[in-house]
Design a protein around this ligand. Structure first.
Ligand code: SF4
Ligand code: SF4
Length: 115
């Protein structure tokens, strides 16, 4: 028996500003998938991951574990963390086998980086 994917729901949001509560889905209306990259969601963060370059061996485990695709990689090396989108969940710090990522209070981290 073959299964087919259900048709992707298409939204006409041209008049979304006029929608009342009756036309929105429960919770929220998300008119298209993959739109998180258009929004800088790093402002939600209360803790910031900081990597110790000396400890990191570019194993990429954090890259695969990050739910926000916020580990930046170039030429098979971890280059930095995309702080515009990282939400500070701490998963990268938990999975790092070399304890190379430390989670730090966001305000303290900002002050340190200003110096
Ligand atoms: S998991 Fe740790 S050692 Fe591996 S790339 Fe990430 S920070 Fe570096
Ligand atoms: S704290 Fe969470 S969102 Fe930020 S880089 Fe680590 S795993 Fe990704």
């Amino acid at each position: 028996m073959s299964k087919t994917r259900p048709e992707k729901k298409k939204w006409d949001v041209s008049d979304i500003q006029k929608w009342g509560p009756g036309r929105h889905e429960k919770g929220a209306t998300i008119p298209e998938s993959g739109n998180a990259q258009d929004y800088k969601t790093g402002g939600w963060r209360s803790e910031r991951p900081r990597r110790d370059r000396e400890k990191c061996n570019d194993c990429m485990i954090c890259f695969f574990a990050c739910p926000d695709s916020s580990i930046r990689v170039e030429n098979d090396k971890m280059v930095d963390i995309d702080l515009d989108h990282c939400k500070g969940c701490g998963i990268c710090a938990q999975v790092c086998p070399r304890d190379a990522i430390e989670m730090m209070n966001e305000i303290k981290a900002c002050k340190l980086e200003e110096k």
